[in-house]
Design a binder for this molecule. Structure first.
Ligand SMILES: Cc1cc2nc3c(=O)[nH]c(=O)nc-3n(C[C@H](O)[C@H](O)[C@H](O)COP(=O)(O)OP(=O)(O)OC[C@H]3O[C@@H](n4cnc5c(N)ncnc54)[C@H](O)[C@@H]3O)c2cc1C
Length: 349
């Protein structure tokens, strides 16, 4: 999308799976995400903070001006239960980087007053102006924007095309360009980057899946804010508790964070624990007779050391986004475009 803004660029997307696919023979993460913006950057990680801030601002622009992008403004509230505060955080209040500096203002960050939550359950809570990205629709919007920019379809002047194909190695990707051989390849293969024959051997070791399971329900709960309860259950340490109310009256109910789990089985008892936690922690909402439409799972493409945005000759690697591929997307795209331009400028001389 960002590359097409330069009218001299022509782009072909090669993919095994596309956003409107509903079953995947091989891992494809993006359609499974909720998704929200909740940057995970550490307090001193300015690089990721800049990327996530850039993305936040872009999503805000879409919220305000582009309804068909399917990004919806939602207050995002996080509650920290007392047991987690005591056992895991050792009684120290932990706030994210965007609770400070100019980002605090931009994002409307605010700690909740104790009168606003149940102090017998929670040690503290905070909120900010967040969002829900309706991922399937949002990605379709992006594709349609690219077709618009293409100006033409399947002719010698078209600047965009999509190709369903499976590549075994990055070197093969050059041959799929709609107008002959590509000059540069951008590798956004997510978790499957590790299967590419010509990826560096150390990269294969770095990538690992963190499985997520979410329920898509009809939102009869009355919940209008994006709500996260930062739970810790020593018996089920992989289980989380978060909710994303989508624009069309759906509720994403999550989830789990299962490191190195690439299975497809879902524990049938999980939903019962999730609902009993809902009744305990979020009793202001109605959890009776909730109708679950679908259970879905995906593999967050984690990479040891964080994500990779790096140019090696005429390949730009952009993968390993773990649990934050949407919230980092626009910032990561901006960095990738810089790397493409760097290559284009070098190859001119
Ligand atoms: C349950 C869950 C909840 C999440 N919630 C959030 C959230 O709230 N906010 C957030 O920011 N992130 C969230 N994430 C994380 C986010 O979904 C990922 O970081 C993001 O989707 C990764 O995108 P990607 O494009 O790198 O990988 P993918 O979406 O997996 O895309 C990779 C693409 O490469 C193609 N491909 C791979 N190998 C080949 C090949 N050899 N040949 C051809 N094509 C190939 C695939 O077919 C696919 O099209 C969540 C993830 C899960 C599972």
């Amino acid at each position: 999308h960002e590359l097409l803004k330069d009218e001299s660029n022509q782009v072909t997307i090669i993919a095994q799976q596309f956003p409107t696919d509903f079953e995947f023979a091989t891992p494809y993460t993006s359609p499974i995400a909720g998704a929200n913006w909740c940057s995970f950057a550490e307090l001193n990680d300015k690089f990721t903070q800049e990327i996530d801030k850039n993305s936040y601002l872009k999503f805000q622009e879409l919220i305000k001006n582009v309804p068909q992008a399917n990004v919806t403004a939602r207050k995002d509230i996080t509650y920290i239960p007392i047991n987690k505060f005591k056992t895991i955080y050792k009684g120290v209040k932990v706030l994210p980087w965007f609770a400070y500096g100019d980002m605090k203002k931009i994002i409307g960050f605010r700690e909740l007053n104790p009168s606003e939550y149940d102090t017998s359950l929670f040690a503290y809570a905070y909120e900010y102006n967040g969002m829900v990205i309706r991922t399937g629709y949002y990605m379709t919007y992006l594709i349609n924007e690219m077709w618009k920019m293409s100006g033409d379809v399947e002719t010698s002047t078209s600047r965009f095309s999509m190709r369903r194909a499976t590549i075994k190695s990055l070197s093969e990707a050059y041959t799929y360009h709609q107008h002959g051989r590509a000059e540069i390849v951008i590798n956004c293969t997510g978790l499957l980057a590790k299967n590419l024959l010509d990826i560096e051997s150390e990269e294969k070791e770095k990538l690992y899946p963190v499985r997520g399971v979410v329920f898509v329900a009809e939102n009869t709960t009355g919940m209008k804010t994006l709500s996260v309860v930062d739970i810790y259950d020593p018996e089920y340490p992989e289980e989380k508790l978060y909710f994303m109310p989508r624009r069309e009256g759906e509720l994403i109910m999550g989830g789990v964070f299962q490191v190195n789990n690439d299975t497809k089985d879902i524990d049938p008892t999980f939903i019962h624990r999730l609902l009993s936690r809902c009744k305990k922690y979020l009793s202001q909402h109605n959890w009776e007779n909730i109708k679950i439409i679908r259970t879905q799972f995906g593999y967050r493409p984690f990479r040891k050391g964080g994500y990779r945005i790096e140019r090696k000759g005429n390949i730009v690697h952009v993968y390993g986004f773990g649990a934050g591929g949407f919230q980092s997307s626009w910032g990561a795209a901006a960095k990738s475009v810089e790397l493409v331009k760097e290559y284009q400028n070098k190859s001119k001389f």
